[in-house]
Design a protein around this ligand. Structure first.
Ligand SMILES: [Zn+2]
Length: 282
């Protein structure tokens, strides 16, 4: 006698022997299968070779790019670095011509003037040597080199402060991602972790200096960021380097802005709390 055996008398005899937890089991199995399929997607599955024409040597080049909509956003660090599962898209933001050594962040790649092209042809192309990588993906080591080349190009072509600052900011994100990845798989030595931390700090300090200069001399939007976003970022960086007066001023400008989104105001409030705590400790 099953626990549902009385159903026959209620006109539901066809349901007398059903497994009451079966549906739930099926759903669990389906969820498991879905998770397994998601786990099988690897970084190499969501990158592809994109072709460009190099504005400096006019040759064709390929750089790896990330397929859109495949990775899931996990969260955002205080300095606005977005973290995703499967992939760190920041690794793929430098477009590099292996023939002439021209490298730039994707948003600046085509925005180059004739005098700048001349400078790169004179000061980068004759001596640059790009290491050969044959991986399906860009490793963090390779990504760091690509960012260093982008920064060298930016200095040589006398780029604006904002562009150099933005390269430094994203380089810091690469150093942080590198550190996190070797921490996660346990392959990093103490020295390597310390070196990456130091590198991240230096990049952030340069990003801070660059953005301070940029807000005095350039107009918004800056590297795709509006004034509120840049002020918030400056507040985060200023707080990191204990420039509490600058941090407080920038936080106040974000909180006092009528066009700032609730999300960035929340972040600014968290930062204000952190700055107040740190100032108390002084
Ligand atoms: Zn080229």
């Amino acid at each position: 006698m099953g626990i549902l055996s009385g159903l026959g008398g209620l006109g539901l005899g066809n349901l007398e022997n059903m497994d009451i937890f079966e549906e739930e089991e099926k759903e669990k199995e389906a969820a498991k299968a879905k998770a397994a399929a998601a786990a099988q997607i690897q970084e190499k599955d969501i990158v592809f070779d994109r072709s460009y024409q190099c504005p400096v040597c006019e040759g064709n080049l390929h750089s790896k790019a990330v397929k859109s909509g495949k990775a899931k956003l996990l969260g955002t660090d205080p300095d606005l670095r977005a973290r995703y599962d499967i992939i760190d898209p920041a690794k793929y933001d430098v477009i590099l011509c292996e023939k002439c050594g021209y490298a730039a962040l994707s948003r600046f790649f085509d925005k180059i003037t004739h005098p700048q092209i001349k400078l790169i042809r004179e000061k980068i192309s004759p001596t640059v040597r790009i290491p050969k990588y044959n991986d399906d993906i860009y490793t963090y080591k390779e990504a760091l080199e690509r960012y260093q080349l982008a920064l060298a190009n930016a200095v040589v072509k006398k780029a604006r402060s904002s562009e150099k600052a933005y390269i430094c900011l994203k380089s810091a994100w690469i150093a942080r991602g590198y550190k996190e990845s070797i921490q996660a798989d346990g392959t990093g030595s103490t020295k390597q972790l310390a070196d990456l931390e130091k590198m991240e700090d230096e990049f952030l300090l340069n990003a801070y200096k660059g953005f301070v200069e940029a807000v005095q001399n350039e107009s918004f939007p800056m590297c795709g960021m509006d004034e509120i976003t840049v002020n918030y970022l400056l507040a985060v960086l200023a707080a990191r380097f204990k420039k509490y007066d600058v941090a407080s001023r920038m936080i106040a400008s974000v909180l006092g802005s009528s066009s700032a989104s609730p999300r960035i105001k929340d972040r600014a409030r968290d930062l204000k709390e952190q700055v107040l705590q740190e100032m108390k400790k002084k």
